[in-house]
Design a protein around this ligand. Structure first.
Ligand code: NDP
Ligand code: HSE
Length: 436
C-alpha cells in the first residue's frame, strides 16, 4: 500500500496559542515530508480555542470552542493538547484516551501530578501518551531517558529546565536589567507560562523535575515531592556577589539517586537558584536556552542543550511525538509504557548534601569572625572560604561552606540570625557544580 492510498491520520489540536499556532503551521508547511515519514497523510480535523472570533489562519470550519466534542470524533485519531492548566486538559485527555485516541501533550503541570492516571488510561486503551515537549522545549530528553538509556542505571539528572527564569537571570547578569522588565519581555516572546508565577517561583521547574525523576529512576515522583524555591528574591547585588566568586546564578533542577547512611536507596529532587562556577558548562547556558546533564552508571555523563521554550522550538518536540504516534497508528506498535517498578522513596530536602554561600552584615569588632565560625563548626559544617568586605557600618562577611546536610546548613543560618554581632543575613544561596 502507498502513503497516498492509506487512510489519513486525523489530528485535533487543542489550543492555538504560542505552541499550538506553530504546530499547525508546521503541519501545513511540512505536510508532504510528514506524509512520507508517517506512511500516511496527517490531516488537521479541528482546532479548539477559547475565542472563536479571532482569525487563526485555518479554515473557519475547523475552529471550535468545544474541545470536549472534538476529542471524541470518529475522524480524530490523535489529540494534541496545548491548552495548559489542569482540570480541563485532564478531563479532555482522559476522554480522548478512553475513546482510543493517542495523545500528545506539552502540559508539564498536569503530567507532574497525573502521569500515573493518564498513562494507565493510555495502557488500558492500548494507545500512546507522548510528552517530549513537556520538559526543556525542543531538547530531546524524555525519549533518551525512556528509551536510549533504558538499559542503564541513571544516577543524576540536573540542569536548567526553565527558559523564562534563565532568560531573566541572564539579562540581569549581563546588563543589570530590571527584573519586571525582563519578565514582561519573556512573556512577549512566548516563553513564560500563562501565569508567570509558575516560572519565577519555580513551580514549572519543579513539575519538570518530577517528570524527569519519575522517568529516570522508575519511580513515581510528583510536584509536591520536589523541594522548590524560585528566583523572585534574587537581586542584581546577588549576581554581582556571584561574579566576585567567579560564579553566576542559575535556577537549577536537581534529581539524584543516592544511598542514605542507613543503606536505603532514595531520590532527592530539588529546584533552587544556586551559584554555579563560571567554568561549569551550565554557567554558559544563556537566554531561554536549557541544558540537562544526565549521569548514568555505564554511559557516563551526557549533556543535552538547546532552546527550552518558545512556540516553534516546543512545536518541534510536539511534531516529533505526533509523527511517532501517527506511525504507530499506521504500522501498529506502541510507544513505551510508564515504568515505576523501582518505587524509590523521595528524601526530604534536609537530607540533601549541598554547599552554602552566606553573605551577612556584621558588626566590625573583634571576635565576630570566631562567633560566626563557631555556629558553623558546632553543626559540623566545614567552612571553605571566608572573606570580609567593607568596614565600619558596611562590614560584611561572605562565607562559603563545604558540602554538608542541608538541615545543618539551614540550622546554622537560623543561629547566625540570632547572634548579636550579625546585623542581618543578607543573602543565602546554595553552590552547585563543584567537586568539594
Ligand atoms: P497559550 O496560553 O499561548 O495558549 C493556550 C491556548 O489554549 C489558546 O489558544 C487558548 O485559546 C486555548 N484555550 C484556553 N482555554 C481554552 C478552553 N477552555 N477551550 C479551548 N481552548 C482554550 O499557551 P502556550 O501555547 O504557551 O502553552 C500551551 C501548553 O504548552 C501549556 O501546557 C504550556 O505549559 C506548554 N508549554 C509551553 C511552552 C512555551 O514555551 N510556551 C514550552 C513547553 C510547554 P485563545 O487563543 O482563544 O485564548
Ligand atoms: N514557561 C516555560 C519556560 C516554557 O519558560 O521554560 C517551557 O516549558
Amino acid at each position: 500500500m502507498t502513503e497516498s492510498s492509506r487512510r489519513p491520520i486525523g489530528v485535533a489540536v487543542l489550543g492555538m496559542g504560542n505552541v499550538g499556532t506553530e504546530v499547525v503551521r508546521i503541519l501545513h508547511e511540512n505536510a508532504e515530508d510528514l506524509t512520507a515519514r508517517v506512511g500516511a497523510a496527517i490531516e488537521l480535523r479541528g482546532v479548539a480555542v477559547r475565542d472563536i472570533t479571532r482569525w487563526r489562519g485555518v479554515d473557519a470550519s475547523l475552529v471550535t470552542d468545544d474541545p470536549a466534542s472534538l476529542v471524541v470524533r470518529d475522524d480524530v485519531d490523535i489529540v494534541v493538547e496545548l491548552i495548559g492548566g489542569i482540570d480541563l486538559p485532564r478531563s479532555l485527555i482522559r476522554t480522548a484516551l478512553e475513546h482510543g485516541k493517542s495523545v500528545v501533550t506539552a502540559n508539564k503541570a498536569l503530567l507532574a501530578d497525573y502521569t500515573g492516571e493518564l498513562a494507565s488510561a493510555a495502557a488500558d486503551a492500548k494507545v500512546d501518551l507522548y510528552f517530549e515537549a513537556a520538559v526543556a522545549g525542543a531538547i530531546p530528553v524524555i525519549r533518551p531517558l525512556m528509551q536510549s538509556l533504558a538499559g542503564d542505571t541513571v544516577t543524576r539528572v540536573a540542569g536548567i529546565v526553565n527558559g523564562t527564569t534563565n532568560f531573566i537571570l541572564s539579562a540581569m547578569d549581563a546588563d543589570g536589567d530590571d527584573y519586571d522588565t525582563v519578565l514582561a519581555e519573556a512573556g512577549r516572546l512566548g516563553y513564560a507560562e500563562a501565569d508567570p508565577t509558575a516560572d519565577v517561583e519555580g513551580y514549572d521547574a519543579a513539575a519538570k523535575a518530577a517528570i524527569l525523576a519519575s522517568i529516570a529512576f522508575h519511580s513515581r515522583v510528583t510536584a509536591a515531592d520536589v523541594h522548590r524555591q524560585g528566583i523572585s528574591s534574587i537581586t542584581v547585588d546577588d549576581l554581582e556577589s556571584a561574579k566576585k566568586l567567579d560564579c553566576t546564578v542559575k535556577l537549577l533542577s536537581i534529581c539524584e539517586r543516592f544511598v542514605d547512611p542507613d543503606g536505603r536507596e532514595r531520590i532527592s529532587a530539588r529546584v533552587y537558584p544556586a551559584l554555579v562556577p563560571l567554568s561549569h558548562p551550565l554557567a554558559g547556558v544563556g537566554g531561554a536556552f536549557n541544558a540537562v546533564v544526565v549521569e548514568a552508571e555505564n554511559a557516563g555523563r551526557l549533556m543535552f542543550y538547546g532552546q527550552g521554550a518558545g512556540g516553534a522550538p516546543t512545536a518541534s518536540a510536539v511534531l516529533g511525538d505526533l509523527v511517532m504516534a501517527a506511525r504507530n497508528k499506521v504500522h501498529g506498535g506502541r510507544g513505551p509504557l510508564e515504568s515505576t517498578y523501582a518505587s524509590l522513596p523521595v528524601a526530604p530536602i534536609d537530607d540533601a548534601l549541598t554547599r552554602y554561600y552566606v553573605s551577612m552584615r556584621v558588626a566590625d569588632r573583634p571576635g565576630v569572625l570566631s562567633a560566626v565560625a563557631g555556629e558553623f563548626s558546632s553543626r559540623d559544617v566545614s567552612i571553605s572560604t571566608v572573606r570580609q568586605e567593607g568596614a565600619g557600618d558596611d562590614a560584611r562577611l561572605v562565607v562559603v561552606t563545604h558540602r554538608a546536610r542541608d538541615v545543618a546548613l539551614s540550622d546554622t543560618i537560623e543561629a547566625l540570625q540570632d547572634l548579636d554581632s550579625v546585623l542581618s543575613v543578607s543573602s543565602v544561596l546554595r553552590l552547585e557544580g563543584t567537586d568539594e
